[in-house]
Structures are given as structure tokens and as C-alpha cells.
Design a protein around this ligand. Structure first.
Ligand SMILES: [Zn+2]
Length: 594
């Protein structure tokens, strides 16, 4: 077998890689879920604390036993989707997990009912380890309808909002856009044309912006029908499920509270000037009077620095080692044990991800490494997720391992900042320094500020529906443009057609997934605030961060912040994150004097 350091070794995940044996183990996984069902179905309401503890332990042990097997099938397929065996195993594994899901779905429902009747179980010392897990179940319980109603909703959603979601995604992915690149006409799908916003050629970027949204705007009837149906359906369901506001469902799903999100969004509103200051500075560095919509995430001129695989490893490993030797050791292990697949090849899944492997107390990472600075950042980001998994798998059982979206990016964004500090300290030219800073600030600006415009926009649609307004394409476009200008003011010149930006953002159309946006804002500012704390407290901060990461989902994000001495419901906390961003903007401004 070829041992290429850039290709991962998945054999560690299973006892035997023979596909017949893997298939047999998948079958056994299903029958074991059936055994658990036979033992507990209809009986959970009679369990006492000790009985519940036994149920949780059984569930957690079962998860760890199946995890490697399922990961193996899934990752094999991600690494090579054209391989026949990988395809078969992935299909078999997905089918098995649907079966397991159906067999075990009763557990959470019966638990919810039991807790609603007997909420004191939550504080029972026998169940101390599962306290927050139970709290989350209880918070959901009052909004569940009867089993018959829930089943009817699932059945109706498939051809209701589910069909609108599907229409948006299929329509979008089958649109083709014509652009001229270096004198040659090219016809590209949505996924590819968007990549051209990264081009150093400004005229090409302008063309992309114009062509993309002019064409999407032509189908405004489709997009508006979809977004309207999905929002109105949500409004109706909020009434049925007794959610006081359109955002409540998402607050429960993300394990956060309204107070916290209000203070987060207020902080954003108060700091739009900081973002606009950065955008004006970026315009100056690009030799422009003002940025246009197609310049916001464009690279700075003369910004390209290349890294090969081992150079990237060195920078990332040193960045993490400088933070903490134990963490640095785990980073080295990820490379040494070949848990990272960076090799570019056909049939490999696009993008990047980190999959936790709790049973192996480790993780696996996939990306396509092209030697660019962005690839080094992506690797550092995914390795931050891996560290979150290393720490979590050593401290938590599976029931407590899952983190809500607000906390899931804590290790990864922190890791990017560690890398930033290291690269800045080594940068030889001011152009290199600017490229690093602009990269971090571009990402920060989008995640914290542009995504906030999406929060305002989503809210404004529900407000409009409440007032009895009809959401046609033009109305939706106006709402989007208004929300966007709350953030950007006059710092950016938007092409007229970009009022249709909402047409191509799939998240607005995901069925049963409203207000997906503020967790990105939360994560970004939360980690920037943590980094500020790290700089203030130095060495003494390190064990605190490690503890926070190790806690995973066993405590709420608000409790986790409180353990660091912060109240997320107060704007002062979020302002710490802004302070960190401001320092980076200051540094960028300083380079003008060099
Ligand atoms: Zn991430």
C-alpha cells in the first residue's frame, strides 16, 4: 500500500476492512438497536433515576460501538465517491442508520413525556452527568404535539415546505451563467461562478456580480413563492406549537436565550462603524475610492504566498504548540497517524470538514490542499475542530458530546487566530502582513456583520407577514436591501441587481431550519472575545479554554461563559470580541505607515 502522507488511513476505524465483514457488522448494528427497543419501548415512563442512568449508559455504549463502522463507510465515500465499493458501503451505512433512527426515535419522545410529568428527575444526583441533556429535552417538550399530529406534519412537510426547499435547490443548481474570462465565453453553474469572486481581476468580478444576480432576479417569482410559503408555514407552526416568537424554535435548538441574542445583535448594531472603517481601509489598499459589492471579499493585490504540505504542517503545529504542548502533541498525532486527507483528486468531496471519532478519542479531516494561504487556514480551522474532539472525547460520553451551533466553532476559530499571530510574527513584507490581516478581517466581517444583516432580514419578513403584507419578489428584495444597508451604510457601492442576493442563499429555504444565521455571529464574536481574554490573562487562560472545549454540550453556552466570569446577556462581553477585531484593523492601518 502506498503511504502518502497527504492521504488518510481509514483502516484504524474498523477491525477489518473487508467489505463483506463491514456489511455484516452493519446488519448487527441494526439488530442491536432492535434489542434496545425491545427492552425499553413503552417502558421509559416507569423508569426511576437508576433505570434512566442504565438506559443512557446503554445508549452511549451502543453509539461508541457503531461509530467507527459508520465513519469508515462515510469517509471512504467522501474520499472517493466514484469507487463502487465505497458507494455501496455508504448506501448500506445510511440505510442502517435510518433503520436505527426509526428504532430508537421513541427514546427522546418517551423521555420528554416523563420529564414533563416529573421534572425533578433533572436535579436527581444519580443523573448529574446527564443534567443538561435532560434540561434540553424538557425545554422542547411543551412544544411537541401529539404523536399523530407530529406524524401528519412530517408526512405533509415532504410535499409542502420540503418541496419548496427542493425546488429552490434544484432550480439554483441547474441555472447556468455566462461570463467572459480572458476573451473566452464560459458557461458555469452557480457553485463555480461564485468562486470567481476570489479572482484578482476586478472587471471579471464585476461581470460575475452582474450576470449572477441579474439572472437569478429573472426568476423572482419562484424564489419569492418559496420563501413566502416557508415563512408563512413557520408562522403557522409557531402558533400551533405555542412558540411566542418566530425565533423561539431556533433559540431552543441552539441552546441559547433571547436576552443573549438581543445583546449580541445590539453590539453588532453599535459597531457597524468598525466594520465600515475596515472596508474603507481595504478600498484604500486596493487603490479604490470605495469598495463595490464585488470587492468585499476580493483578495488584496500582490497577496499570494504559497505553502507546501510540510511548510503548512510546520506553521500550524508550531502555532498550536506555542499555545499548549499537549494540544500541539495532538496536532502532530493527526499528521503522524494520517488522519488528514489533503490530496487533490477526482471523486473527492469538495470543501472541508472534520469528523469527530469519539471512540478513538481523535478525529479525521478532509480538505483539498492547493498550497494557498487559504488552504493553510482551512487546515488550521479543521484541526481546531479536531482539538475540540480530542478534549471532548476524553471528558464526555456521547449524549453530552454534541455542541450547539453557537459553540461548535470555538476550537476552530481560536486556532485560526493562533495561526494568524504566528504568521504575522514571521511575515517578511508589508504585503504579506496585509494579506494575512485582510483574510482574517474579511472572514470576520462576513460572519459577524453580513450574517447579521441576514438576521435582520429574516426578522423583517416575519414582521411584514404579521402586518399582513404580501411577500412578492420586489418586497422581499426591498427588505433585504434595507437590512443590508443597516450594516454597510454607504461604505460599499452595491450593484442594483444584488438586491436579489437572498435568492441564492440556500439556508433561507431549508425546511424547519429558521434563523440559522445568528449562531455564526455568536461564534465569531465569542471566540474573538476569548482571544482577547487569552491575551490579557496569558498562561492562566489556557486551562480554562481547554476545560471549556472539553465540556462540549454538557453545559449551555451561557453557563460556559459564566464559568469564565462573563455574562453573555450583557453587551460588555460581546464588546470584548469587537476589541479584538479593532486591534486587527489598527494593525492593518499601521501597515500604511511602513
Ligand atoms: Zn468549522
Amino acid at each position: 500500500m502506498v503511504k502518502d502522507g497527504m492521504i488518510w488511513d481509514l483502516s484504524q476505524l474498523v477491525e477489518n476492512t473487508d467489505s463483506n465483514i463491514v456489511q455484516k457488522q452493519l446488519d448487527r448494528m441494526c439488530s442491536e438497536a432492535g434489542t434496545i427497543r425491545d427492552k425499553y419501548y413503552g417502558k421509559i415512563s416507569n423508569l426511576d433515576a437508576k433505570g434512566l442512568l442504565e438506559l443512557f449508559r446503554t445508549k452511549d455504549t451502543y453509539y461508541l460501538k457503531c461509530e467507527g463502522l459508520q465513519l469508515y463507510c462515510e469517509l471512504m465515500y467522501n474520499a472517493n465517491s466514484t469507487d463502487k465499493i465505497a458507494k455501496q458501503l455508504n448506501d448500506a451505512s445510511r440505510m442502517a442508520s435510518v433503520k436505527v433512527g426509526q428504532s430508537l426515535a421513541f427514546i427522546d419522545i418517551e423521555l420528554g413525556n416523563l420529564l414533563a410529568k416529573n421534572p425533578s428527575l433533572i436535579s436527581n444526583p444519580t443523573l448529574a452527568e446527564y443534567r443538561h441533556y435532560l434540561e434540553k429535552l424538557l425545554r422542547r417538550a411543551p412544544h411537541l404535539l401529539s404523536e399523530a399530529e407530529e406524524r401528519l406534519i412530517i408526512a405533509k412537510d415532504k410535499n409542502g415546505i420540503g418541496a419548496w426547499e427542493l425546488l429552490q435547490s434544484e432550480w439554483l443548481s441547474t441555472r447556468m451563467f455566462e461570463v467572459e474570462i480572458e476573451g473566452k465565453k464560459k458557461t458555469l453553474p452557480f457553485g463555480e461562478i461564485r468562486g470567481l469572486y476570489e479572482s484578482p481581476n476586478r472587471e471579471l468580478r464585476r461581470q460575475v456580480d452582474q450576470v449572477l444576480f441579474e439572472n437569478l432576479g429573472k426568476d423572482e417569482i419562484i424564489w419569492a413563492s418559496a420563501i413566502r410559503a416557508i415563512c408563512e408555514d413557520h408562522k403557522q407552526m409557531c402558533k400551533q406549537r405555542k412558540y411566542p416568537t418566530a425565533m423561539t424554535q431556533s433559540l431552543i435548538a441552539n441552546d441559547v436565550d433571547q436576552e443573549t441574542i438581543d445583546s449580541l445583535m445590539n453590539t453588532i448594531r453599535k459597531n457597524v462603524g468598525l466594520y465600515q472603517r475596515y472596508l474603507r481601509l481595504k478600498a484604500k489598499l486596493m487603490g479604490l475610492d470605495k469598495l463595490a459589492s464585488y470587492d468585499v471579499t476580493a483578495p488584496l493585490p500582490n497577496a499570494s504566498v504559497e505553502y507546501n504540505w510540510s511548510e503548512a504542517r510546520k506553521e500550524i503545529e508550531e502555532a498550536y504548540k506555542g499555545f499548549d504542548p499537549e494540544v500541539g502533541g495532538w496536532i502532530a498525532e493527526m499528521y503522524d497517524k494520517r488522519h488528514i486527507d489533503g490530496k487533490v483528486r477526482k471523486g473527492k468531496t469538495a470543501g472541508a470538514f472534520c469528523a469527530s471519532w469519539q471512540n478513538g478519542k481523535s478525529a479525521y479531516i478532509l480538505q483539498s490542499f492547493n498550497n494557498r494561504m487559504g488552504d493553510v487556514y482551512t487546515q488550521a480551522h479543521e484541526l481546531g475542530h479536531a482539538i475540540h474532539a480530542y478534549l471532548g472525547a476524553r471528558a464526555q460520553r456521547p449524549s453530552n458530546f454534541g455542541t450547539g451551533s453557537c459553540m461548535a466553532e470555538t476550537g476552530s476559530i481560536f486556532g485560526e487566530l493562533l495561526l494568524t499571530d504566528r504568521l504575522l510574527s514571521k511575515a517578511k513584507t508589508k504585503e504579506e502582513k496585509r494579506a494575512i490581516l485582510a483574510r482574517v478581517l474579511d472572514k470576520f466581517g462576513i460572519a459577524a456583520f453580513k450574517v447579521s444583516a441576514r438576521v435582520f432580514f429574516e426578522q423583517s419578513m416575519y414582521d411584514a407577514i404579521e402586518k399582513g403584507k404580501y411577500l412578492d419578489g420586489e418586497t422581499v428584495a426591498k427588505l433585504w436591501a434595507a437590512s443590508r444597508s443597516e450594516i454597510y451604510g454607504d461604505a460599499v457601492e452595491w450593484l442594483e441587481v444584488t438586491k436579489y442576493e437572498w435568492t441564492g442563499t440556500p439556508h433561507y429555504y431549508f425546511a424547519n431550519y429558521r434563523f440559522y444565521n445568528y449562531p455564526y455571529v455568536y461564534a465569531q464574536l465569542f471566540v474573538f472575545a476569548l482571544y482577547q481574554l487569552y491575551k490579557e490573562q496569558g498562561q492562566s487562560f489556557i486551562p480554562k479554554l481547554k476545560k471549556l472545549l472539553a465540556t462540549r454540550g454538557s453545559k449551555s453556552p451561557r453557563e460556559l461563559a459564566a464559568e469564565l466570569g462573563f455574562n453573555t446577556a450583557e453587551e460588555a462581553f460581546w464588546q470584548e470580541g469587537m476589541k479584538q477585531a479593532e486591534e486587527l484593523v489598527d494593525m492593518l492601518e499601521e501597515t500604511l505607515k511602513e
